[in-house]
Design a protein around this ligand. Structure first.
Ligand SMILES: [Zn+2]
Length: 110
């Protein structure tokens, strides 16, 4: 039986490690592009690298955003506001928090 704090900290660790992986991938992609003749924009290889880089960027942005959400949920938890809807102030059902530990609102207000 773990409380919301443990769950959020575990979630934070999971997302932070994913972000580290993505940032590692990003460096890998950038380095790979330096090794090839990626300066030729008609080079199909260069286009693939640009595409991969934008995919990795998008995923890293999502992960960073999610990390912010987890931190905000941890701050609410510390303040004693965790699990309360930000809009109507009613309690967010535990099943919803199981699925989305970072939920700020109840289903009705979402
Ligand atoms: Zn609500």
């Amino acid at each position: 039986m773990s409380g919301p704090r443990e769950r959020l900290l575990a979630e934070r660790e999971r997302v932070a490690s994913r972000l580290r992986d993505l940032e590692g991938d990003h460096r890998g992609v950038v380095e790979a592009s330096r090794d090839t003749n990626a300066d030729d924009e008609h080079d199909p290889e260069g286009a693939t690298i640009a595409f991969e880089r934008s995919q990795v960027d998008a995923l890293a942005r999502q992960a960073r955003h999610h990390l912010d959400e987890v931190d905000a949920a941890l701050a609410r938890e510390s303040a004693g506001d965790y699990g309360r809807c930000e809009r109507c102030g009613s309690e967010i059902p535990a099943e919803r928090l199981d699925v989305r530990p970072t939920a700020r609102t109840c289903v009705t207000c979402a």
